[in-house]
Design a binder for this molecule. Structure first.
Ligand SMILES: Cc1cc2nc3c(=O)[nH]c(=O)nc-3n(C[C@H](O)[C@H](O)[C@H](O)COP(=O)(O)OP(=O)(O)OC[C@H]3O[C@@H](n4cnc5c(N)ncnc54)[C@H](O)[C@@H]3O)c2cc1C
Length: 369
C-alpha cells in the first residue's frame, strides 16, 4: 500500500468498493480526471476474484439501443487510447464475422456503432470454412463481416489500472478488505469493514458486481430490480491458426473467440440460469444443460469443433431488468453512487460506466438509471 491514511484521518476524496473491471476503471478514470483526489480502492478478495476473472474480454462494436451503442463506442475509444499508451496492455485486434438469419441482417446493422456489415463473398466463405470446420451457412442464414473487434484479459486490465492508481502518491489499494456497510459520517461517508476497521471518504462508488444485492446499498440495487445470472464460456481444444477471426452466432447470442496463446477457442453461450448468487460457489459450475446448449450451437454451425469441447469458465454477473448497466445515486447525500450491472458485457462497457458514475458527482451529471 502507498501513502495510505489511517482511519479517522483526512478522508479520502473517493473510495471505490469492489475492484472488478468496473471498480478498477472508476478508480483509474477518477485519477485521470481529478489528479488532486486521494483515491482508495478496496476489494473483499482481490481484482479479478469475481466475474472479471472469468471474462472472455471480447469487445464488439454493437449495442442493442442508443444508450448501449453510445457506451460501447465511448468504451472502445477509451480502450484503444489506453492500449496506445501502454503497448503491454494485452489488447489484440480480432476480425469479426457474424452468422445471422437472413431476416436478422437489418437488426444487426442497427446494433452496430461502427461501419455497416458486408456480406462475405464465396472465396472468403471458403477460407472461413477451413478455420471453422463444417461452417456452411444454409439458405436461411448469411455470413457477414464487420469492422474488427478486440480481445483482452479483463483481470489483467483491472490489475494494471489499479497498479497505476496505487503507485500515485496519496492513493491506496486494499485487497481482502470486505466493506460490510457504508454510513453517513461528519466529513462524508464511513466505510466499515468486516475486520472492525474503517475509513471515511467524501464520495463512494460501489461496484460490487454480482455481490451488489448482498452488500452496501443492496436495498437500492434490489429496488432497481438487479438480479444475478450465470455467464458461461466453454473451451474448444483446437489451436486457432494465426490471425484467426471471431465468429458471432447472433441469433443464439453465442460466439467463438480465438485464444491461440492457450491453443484453444473460447465458445461463449447464453445461460438462462437466473438468481445464481456470487456467494453460492456450488452453483458457479458448468452444468450438463450448459454443455447441451454449447453442443447444439456447434452441431448446428461448426460441427467439426464438437469433439473439442472440454472445460470452460463460469461466474455470475449482475443484471438490471433492461440489461444495461445501472449507474445511479445510491442515497440522498449525493456522495454515493452504484455502478453495477455488467450484464454479460461489463468489460466492454466499463470505461463508459466509469465515466457516467463520475459524472454523477458533478452538479450537471446525468442519472443514467
Ligand atoms: C464466462 C464469462 C465471459 C464473459 N465474457 C465477456 C466478454 O467477452 N465481454 C464483456 O464485455 N463481458 C464479458 N463478461 C461479463 C463481464 O466479465 C462482467 O460484466 C464484468 O466483469 C463485471 O465486472 P464487475 O466489476 O461489475 O464485477 P466483478 O468482476 O464481479 O467485481 C466485483 C468485485 O467486488 C468485490 N466485492 C463484492 N462485495 C464487496 C464488498 N462488500 N466489499 C469489498 N469488495 C467487494 C468482489 O470481490 C469482486 O472482486 C463475461 C463474464 C463471464 C463470467
Amino acid at each position: 500500500m502507498t501513502g495510505e491514511t489511517p482511519a479517522r484521518a483526512v478522508p479520502f476524496d473517493l473510495a471505490v468498493v469492489g475492484t472488478g473491471i468496473l471498480g478498477a476503471m472508476v478508480a483509474y478514470r477518477a485519477m485521470l480526471r481529478h489528479p488532486g483526489w486521494r483515491i482508495l480502492a478496496v476489494d473483499r478478495q482481490r481484482a479479478g476474484a469475481g466475474a472479471t476473472g472469468m471474462s472472455a474480454g471480447f469487445d464488439v462494436p454493437t449495442g442493442r439501443c442508443e444508450r448501449q451503442r453510445s457506451m460501447a463506442a465511448r468504451s472502445t475509444a477509451f480502450y484503444a487510447e489506453l492500449a496506445g499508451r501502454r503497448p503491454a496492455s494485452g489488447r489484440r485486434a480480432v476480425d469479426v464475422f457474424w452468422l445471422v438469419s437472413a431476416g436478422g441482417r437489418q437488426a444487426l446493422a442497427d446494433t452496430l456503432h461502427g461501419s455497416p456489415p458486408e456480406e462475405v463473398d464465396a472465396a472468403r466463405a471458403k477460407e472461413l470454412a477451413a478455420v471453422f470446420p463444417g461452417l456452411t451457412p444454409g439458405p436461411e442464414s448469411v455470413l457477414l463481416a464487420t469492422g474488427p473487434g478486440s480481445r483482452a484479459v479483463p483481470a489483467k486490465v483491472a490489475r494494471d489500472l489499479l497498479r497505476e492508481v496505487r503507485d500515485t502518491p496519496g492513493n491506496a489499494v486494499r485487497d481482502g478488505w470486505h466493506v460490510r456497510a457504508v454510513e453517513p459520517a461528519d466529513d462524508g461517508l464511513a466505510l466499515l469493514a468486516s475486520d472492525g476497521t474503517g475509513v471515511t471518504a467524501r464520495r463512494v462508488v460501489v461496484a460490487t458486481g454480482p455481490w451488489a444485492v448482498d452488500g452496501p446499498y443492496g436495498d437500492r440495487a434490489l429496488a432497481h430490480g438487479l438480479r444475478t445470472k450465470k455467464v458461461v464460456a466453454f473451451h474448444v481444444q483446437s489451436p486457432p491458426p494465426a490471425g484467426a477471426p471471431a465468429l458471432v452466432f447472433e441469433d443464439e447470442d453465442a460466439f467463438l473467440l480465438p485464444q491461440p496463446e492457450h491453443g484453444r477457442w473460447l465458445l461463449s453461450i447464453t445461460s438462462q440460469e437466473w438468481d445464481v448468487p456470487a456467494t453460492r460457489a456450488d452453483r458457479l459450475v458448468v452444468t450438463a444443460e450448459d454443455r447441451d446448449i454449447a453442443r447444439a450451437v456447434l452441431d448446428r454451425h461448426v460441427p467439426g469443433f464438437g469433439a473439442g469441447l472440454a472445460g470452460g469458465q463460469v461466474h455470475c454477473d449482475s443484471y438490471p431488468p433492461d440489461g444495461l448497466p445501472l449507474v445511479t445515486r445510491a442515497d440522498d447525500t449525493g456522495r454515493a453512487v452504484l455502478a453495477v450491472g455488467g450484464a454479460g458485457a461489463g468489460y466492454r462497457l466499463a470505461p463508459a460506466v466509469a465515466e457516467d458514475a463520475l459524472n454523477l458527482f458533478e452538479p450537471e451529471g446525468p442519472d443514467t438509471a
